[in-house]
Unconditional design. Sequence first.
Length: 123
Amino acid sequence: MLNHVSIGVRDLPRAKRFYDAALKPLGYKCLSESPGSLGYGDKAVVLWISPTDRPVPADNASGLHFCFDAPTRKSVDAFHKAALGAGGRDNGKPGVRTDYDANYYAAFAVDPDGYRLEAYCGA
């Protein structure tokens, strides 16, 4: 349904360090890089990141978050560890979320600009 999502960040080099680390365990990488944008995906860019003076303010009550497919539960664990190691904050440790589904394995982090992220594996 969605072709891509674009977000704005205050510090593009900081965002690159964070997203390179956090998305690598999920099999995603920076496919496009210029002074004005970063593009992440596996075969095609799905997440665009651009610098801006006015990123969307972080709001934990908004419900807004981005969920990335993960190939395995171990990759969900690695995403969470990498995100925290690259300057992100914990927003939910890896584990099964039985309130969603018996096989819903996910972890949650917040990037340095306040965007809430999730890695999910349904196996």
